[in-house]
Design a binder for this molecule. Structure first.
Ligand SMILES: C[S@@+](CC[C@H](N)C(=O)[O-])C[C@H]1O[C@@H](n2cnc3c(N)ncnc32)[C@H](O)[C@@H]1O
Length: 393
């Protein structure tokens, strides 16, 4: 490597450190700043990465400065598409990434690690986060699990090249990793719709579980649970973050392939609640609706080939037995046509969930919490664990 290359890397790293600090609003803790310099992010990225919603590729060999800029921007960098398969004619979609550095350090800060803690990470990806943890705590204190065996092997190599050898396990992180339990801290870097009971069982009393959260309605938020001596895990949601879903919890629904059939006869009605109020830019509304509806998934269809319909919001249960559609004609803002089919009236459920959220003062995710009970059931609450959020359906 030339001196110019080294200088470019140092400048890029310093720039990113400034951005992360600005995002957090406080300087990084000294231990994390030391880890940031000792575990350079670009050493964990493959030579080909993909950026943004359009998944524009950057190749290190043809565009080294574009690749380095991607490594040191405060953005996630996609490091694998389509579970490592060639998408061919299919749409490419991200299946692994190096998360945006500011969220990485925000989560590490929330994890509140201390010397001597044993940590389990679920979702090794490139190995960067595991490397930061291993630098801070000592490699012998860190176990990381990755479901994709190719990524797991590559991450272990990436880590070794910077002199770190935490335990890297190829396997399904939903099962945790019992051989190295108990853990003081469990951090996931893929989102979950349910916190696996194994994580609670493998955490020490007083241990912390921090994971990105999503519902089939919206991918948004983190949840930080503290495990008590009885094996109950409880704690608050936090805003921010959108991570890729844990592989075994994915829903792969397509409306016309899996849900709507030619012989379905939906009921027609109308609503004054705009579909954009429940599935638009209001993250607080979406988060609260997702917590209540739990198994209701949705997708937008712009310009469907239907007379007088400008956009359509589709709703479906994740088991595809009930569905609804809400149409906007592109003009009126106080009347929308609703179609509902199946044993459940999904739009009615979503309207009720929205009305409840509105009536309790439109709380953001930070006013909600979650308890995972000893039988694994999940009980979300508002403000206090005894103020349970009722679920629809
Ligand atoms: C956002 S990436 C992780 C980023 C990573 N921590 C880093 O520093 O590069 C999410 C990862 O979770 C992995 N993953 C998804 N489901 C998993 C599961 N059930 N068990 C373990 N890893 C899983 C994905 O393969 C992907 O590599």
């Amino acid at each position: 490597m030339t001196k110019d290359d080294q200088a470019a890397e140092q400048i890029a790293m310093r720039g990113l450190l400034g951005e992360v600090t600005a995002d957090l609003g406080v300087p990084l803790a000294r231990g994390w700043e030391e880890a940031f310099w000792a575990v350079p992010r670009h050493r964990f990225l493959p030579d080909r990465v993909w950026l943004g919603d359009g998944l524009d590729s950057r190749d290190r060999s043809t565009d080294p400065s574009g690749w380095l800029s991607a490594a040191y921007a405060d953005d996630s960098v996609v490091t694998q598409i389509n579970d490592g398969h060639d998408p061919g004619e299919d749409e490419p979609w991200p299946s692994s990434s190096a998360s945006a550095p500011s969220i990485v350090f925000r989560m590490l800060d929330m994890l509140d690690v201390k010397r001597g803690h044993r940590v389990l990470e679920v979702g090794t990806g490139t190995g960067w986060n595991a490397g930061l943890l291993a630098h801070r705590l000592g490699a012998e204190s860190v176990t990381t699990v990755e479901v994709d065996p190719v990524l797991a092997v590559q991450a272990a190599l990436n880590l070794k090249k910077v002199g770190l050898e935490p335990e890297v396990i190829g396997g399904d992180g939903a099962a945790g990793y019992v051989a190295s339990a108990p853990y003081d801290r469990i951090i996931a870097t893929c989102s979950v719709r349910e916190v696996p009971r194994a994580w609670v069982d493998q955490a020490r009393s007083g241990g912390v579980i921090l994971t990105p959260w999503e519902s089939p309605w919206v991918c948004y938020g983190l949840v930080r649970l503290v495990v008590d001596a009885e094996g109950l895990a409880s704690g608050w949601f936090h805003p921010h973050s959108a991570f890729m879903l844990m592989r075994n919890q994915r829903t792969d629904l397509r409306i016309f392939r899996d849900v709507v059939r030619d012989d379905h006869q939906p009921d027609e009605s109308s609503t004054t609640l705009p579909p954009s109020a429940v599935a638009g830019d209001d993250w607080a509304a979406q988060f609260a609706i997702g917590l209540q509806t739990q198994d209701v998934w949705r997708t937008w269809h712009d310009d469907p080939d239907v007379d007088g319909v400008s956009s359509r919001l589709w709703l479906a249960t994740t088991d595809a037995t009930s569905w609804a559609a809400v149409d906007w004609d592109g003009r009126s803002n106080d009347r929308f046509t609703v179609w509902q089919y199946g044993p459940r009236r999904l739009w009615n459920e979503v309207e009720a969930a929205h009305a409840w959220w509105h009536n309790v003062g439109r709380p953001g995710p930070e006013r909600f919490g979650l308890t995972v009970k000893t039988d694994g059931t999940h009980a979300p609450w508002l403000d206090r664990p005894d103020q349970m959020v009722s679920r629809t359906g």
